[in-house]
Design a protein around this ligand. Sequence first.
Ligand code: KIV
Ligand code: ZN
Length: 511
Amino acid sequence: MKDKVLFFDTTLRDGEQSPGASMNLKEKMLVANQLEALGVDIIEAGFPISSPGDFESVKTIAQKIKNSSIAGLCRASQKDISCCWDAIKYSKKPRIHIFLATSDLHIEKKLMMTRAKVLDSAVKSIKYAKSFCKDIEFSAEDAGRSDMDYLCKVIEAVIDAGALTVNIPDTVGYTIPNEYGDKIAIIRKTVPNINKAVISVHCHNDLGLAVANSLAAIENGARQVECTINGIGERAGNASLEEIAMALKVRPNYYNIQTSIKSKEIYKTSKLVSKLTGIAVQVNKAIVGANAFAHEAGIHQDGMLKSRDTYEIMHPADIGVPESSLVLGKHSGRHAFFKKLKELGYKLNDKDSLSLFEKFKVLADKKKVIFDDDIVSIAEENAASTKEIFSLNYMSATSGTGTIPTATVRISKLNENNKPAEIIQEAACGVGPVDAAYRAIDKATKMDITLIDYSIKAVSSGEDALGEVFLKTKYKGLIYSGKGTSIDIVEASAKAYMQAINKAANMSKAQ
Ligand code: KIV
Ligand code: ZN
């Protein structure tokens, strides 16, 4: 039988540490469900002690996810470990993930400890964690720059203490594939009890080598890879799940390794993570970039027409790129729309399907043709919607040469039963129509919110493509993101702003 490599996804923990990538509970739950559909073996749901929000999301994910193991991260301290256990204990397959640095640089400069103290602390923390849970992972932070003899000593001791997975992170993305592969080979050769644990690897991409290093480690016996969707993560990111999974799939004769990853779910997962984090996928990114399957050169196009494998080592369908991209229009009925939703992988109840159909009809009235990406966009906007406290009923914005950009809005303030308790109408001028709309919304909602980041991109193709706005705002020291899509970019901007305002208003209400 083929050897299996376990996929440990840390999009919700290391990935969420990417600047600006923070997601709310609802968004994290959507990602966790999709990671489970993708076949991820272990989902690292967060770092429970780091904030009450992180604790809640790890707990909720642990309660709801049934097939994947749920890991929580913690430092080597009793307080961290018991907090982590309190969050993950609801999982059918909980895992406590303890990290402690083993490089001299980290031990001396960051931890201000000695090698002996670190070893002792690692062992004690594993034993303590073991009193809660069988499945313990130990990560030797900055293993890539750690002294090999000392690293092997720590690994042996933590396995003796009960760690079932030992992770060898290249925390700062410093190592080179042959060198990193050799480290794994040395660990396998010299740590006497290594057969009692799974060797895991966790590579950062500072030199653009995270995937190459992970694959080199697999060749040398690592049997768990830690990675993220689209490679998001601290600094230059983590190893990208989709790249490792597809390398193993496209080159079976070379690796001879099996995985549980359902590659047809890759595209959908990538889109979802990009949408929810607001981190766009670079167009030439391997596997999931917009150009990954685009053939521009005449010679390539000619080759493709004669035989696809002349220039394609995998097919778009292998990662779940929908085959037909031109789909529905204003005359399409609900059955065609529901069928399309199903094809795109959405399993919705009747109420949600009908509500999406209404949104589709509104869009189809404005837009000649509806692409799959448009449908994915409205479906995900719906899934991630926030409970509304303020609802935008009407907005009009004018601008032009020689006129002062002006906007008028009508906003309902909703009560607990989602019924309008107050209707507010305001107008404002601004430096442009979006600015005018934002000022009018500020006046109407009386929320003193500050816009700190704004980006817009086209979701699909054509002159009437949907515009998608992603923005970040600050309110009472906390960051709230918002997303909005519309054929009209001022309306998309207003929707995104209203979503951020509603998130902030919900949070204020909860406090
Ligand atoms: O990069 C790293 O070392 C980590 C550990 C916490 C596993 O993220
Ligand atoms: Zn990391």
